[in-house]
Design a protein around this ligand. Structure first.
Ligand code: PHE
Length: 374
């Protein structure tokens, strides 16, 4: 039952005491039931409202009706009760405010023992990893890294590398041409570079001999994708130019690089080849590190070397003097300098080194495959 103010049966101090005690008990009881701000507002209004609030009723029913001689005493009591009500109301407000702060703090509480949100960090793609490893081998030999544009001119991709216009060697490159270039002179026409060799010329135009550079990068050819082809792939080019560079330097450098990259037990072999920009030209083979050169794995034929015991790795040769002609203004006088160059497929050496049998796996970006190399 909610507390209501009733008339006093008399104005004696005992009656007043009892009535005051009853009122204060009700006040305390109602104050402890307050849970939130709307509760508190209702509580405040019930007790303090000028019109019909509990205290107004006390005033009307107890004080106003008191006979003259009791007025002083009753008035004092009523004032005490007012003060008590004001204090209780104020304290109740502070309590719900403190409760709100506390529940906000609890809501914000941080459990430092919870596992964190882990953000997977990226890793080198296996092709980039193989490429970086190979580049590292040459950096250790004193080669520095150069790069060049993937959209190249006919001049740098072909002409200055001794592919004259209409030379049949151009046909072997399956070039992807940029559209609407016919109005330009041939040497300025744009294409996607088919090899990293144009960076040989670009670097020799910038840096005087002697130079030793490695050039990693993307190249493009009009090849339909299959287990060993992709219209975009990666190469690592190398070029060393100085006075008296010989084919022996080429052989020694590449033999070291192959051992450093594939393992010290591999053997190298050179076989004659042709490139317009090197003379003589060669293909480098390494002994198959899967079958150890025997061509067989137990009773099965060895697949990576197609049972030959040898795996083709790269093209190389001594820089053709005709190439130096294009940069002789920068100190590359064909009669004074000599050099060697090589170019290999980074995707191919990654396939071989990691024992992957399908090049397409490198470009499908399936994290289940790629994470094996992280
Ligand atoms: N550029 C050649 C190719 O892509 C490779 C090569 C580079 C050969 C340098 C000889 C010297 O096939």
């Amino acid at each position: 039952m909610a507390y209501t103010v009733t008339k006093l049966k008399d104005y004696s101090p005992t009656t007043l005491d009892t009535a005051a005690k009853e009122l204060l008990r009700a006040l305390d009881q109602e104050a402890t039931a307050i849970r939130n701000e709307p509760d508190w507002k209702a509580f405040r209004d019930r007790w303090m409202a000028r019109k019909n609030g509990v205290l107004t009723q006390v005033n009307d029913l107890w004080l106003k009706t008191a006979p003259k001689e009791a007025k002083r005493n009753v008035g004092q009591r009523v004032n005490e009760l007012k003060k008590a009500a004001e204090q209780t109301i104020e304290a109740a407000l502070q309590q719900i405010e403190a409760k709100a702060v506390l529940s906000r703090l609890i809501g914000d509480r941080l459990d430092v023992t919870l596992p964190g949100i882990s953000r997977p960090i990226g890793a080198e793609h296996p092709v980039i990893k193989a490429s970086n490893d190979m580049v590292g081998v040459f950096r250790n030999l004193g080669f520095s890294v150069q790069e060049g544009p993937e959209i190249e001119t006919d001049y740098y991709n072909f002409e200055s590398l001794n592919f004259p216009p209409n030379h049949p060697a151009r046909d072997t490159q399956d070039t992807l041409f940029i559209a609407n270039q016919q109005s330009k002179p041939l040497r300025e026409q744009l294409l996607l570079r088919t090899h990293t060799s144009p960076v040989q010329i670009r670097t020799m135009e910038k840096i005087k001999p002697p130079i030793r550079i490695v050039i990693p990068g993307k190249v493009y050819r009009n090849d339909p994708p299959d287990a060993s082809h992709s219209p975009m792939f990666h190469q690592i080019e190398g070029l060393a130019v100085d006075t008296n560079i010989t084919f022996g330097d080429l052989k020694g450098t590449l033999d070291h690089a192959m051992k450093a990259f594939f393992g010290s037990s591999v053997k190298t072999s050179f076989r004659p080849s042709f490139f317009p920009f090197t003379e003589p030209s060669a293909e480098l083979l390494v002994s198959c590190f899967v079958c150890g050169g025997s061509g067989r794995r137990g009773s099965d034929p060895c697949r990576p070397c197609k049972q030959t015991g040898w795996i083709e790795i790269l093209g190389c040769g001594m820089v053709d003097p005709n190439v130096f002609e294009f940069v002789k203004h920068n100190g590359y006088e064909p009669s004074k300098v000599s050099g060697f160059a090589f170019g290999m497929g980074a995707d191919r050496i990654a396939l071989l080194k990691y024992g992957v049998d399908d090049l397409q796996l490198f470009f499908q970006n399936d994290v289940r495959f790629l994470s094996q190399f992280a």
